[in-house]
Design a protein around this ligand. Structure first.
Ligand code: FMN
Length: 187
C-alpha cells in the first residue's frame, strides 16, 4: 500500500482543501493517506545553524518542534502532495516554513532522493499571479534534492467557497490530476 502524505498550507479549510478532496478522490482507494494541516503544527523557521549539514543519516535539525515527526512522515511517504493557496505571489508562510526546514533532509544523504512530490495550488488571480513562481520553486527544489517532481494542479483563477464546490468542470479536472498521480505512483 502506498503512503500519500498531503501537506496543507492554507490557514483555513477552504478552496485548496476542496481541490485536495477531489484530487484524492481521483486517486482512488488503496493508498494510505495522511493529511497534515501545517498551520496546526508548531513549526519554527529555519535558523540557518547548519547543524543538519553535519548529520548524514538523519535530518539532524537542531530544533525539536513538530518538524521532527514530519521529517519521518516525509521520508516514509511514497508521494508528498504539497497543497497551498497563493499568498502574495508565492505559497503561504505556513508552507514556506516547512519547505525551508526540508533543507535538513537534503544536507545529509539526500534522504528524500527517489521520493515523489506533487503540487496543488489555488490562486485568486490567473496563473501568472503567483502560481507560476510557486511551480518553479517546487520543481527546482525537487531537482536539487533528487526528488521526482510528478507535476502540479493549478486552479487559477479559483472561484471562492460555494462557487468552487459547485464547479463540475474544476472537480473533473482535479480528479483527472488524481488519476495521473495514481499512475505516477504505480510507475
Ligand atoms: C493574504 C492573501 C494574499 C493573496 N495573494 C494572492 C496572490 O498574490 N495571487 C493570487 O492569485 N491570489 C492571491 N490570493 C487569493 C488566494 O490565493 C485564493 O483565494 C485561494 O484560493 C485561497 O485558498 P484557501 O481557501 O485554500 O485559503 C491571496 C489571498 C490572501 C488571503
Amino acid at each position: 500500500m502506498n503512503h500519500v502524505l498531503v501537506l496543507e498550507g492554507s490557514p483555513r479549510k477552504g478552496n485548496t482543501s476542496t481541490v485536495v478532496d477531489w484530487v484524492l478522490a481521483g486517486m482512488g482507494r488503496g493508498n494510505k493517506v495522511t493529511r497534515v494541516r501545517l498551520g496546526e503544527l508548531h513549526i519554527e523557521p529555519c535558523q540557518e545553524c547548519f547543524t543538519c549539514a553535519g548529520t548524514k543519516k538523519a535530518a539532524g535539525c537542531a530544533q525539536e518542534d513538530d518538524m521532527v515527526e514530519l521529517y519521518d512522515k516525509m521520508i516514509d511517504a511514497d508521494l508528498v502532495i504539497w497543497a497551498s493557496p497563493i499568498f502574495c505571489w508565492n505559497v503561504t508562510g505556513q508552507t514556506k516554513m516547512a519547505l525551508d526546514r526540508c533543507f535538513a533532509l537534503l544536507t545529509g544523504e539526500d534522504l528524500l532522493k527517489g521520493s515523489k512530490w506533487a503540487l496543488v495550488i489555488t490562486a485568486g488571480g490567473d496563473a501568472f499571479d503567483g502560481a507560476d513562481l510557486a511551480v518553479q520553486m517546487f520543481s527546482r527544489l525537487a531537482r536539487y534534492g533528487g526528488i521526482k517532481y510528478v507535476g502540479q494542479h493549478v486552479v487559477a483563477p479559483c472561484p471562492d467557497g460555494a462557487k468552487l464546490a459547485a464547479s463540475a468542470v474544476l472537480k473533473k479536472s482535479a480528479k483527472g490530476f488524481g488519476k495521473e498521480l495514481a499512475k505516477a505512483l504505480r510507475a
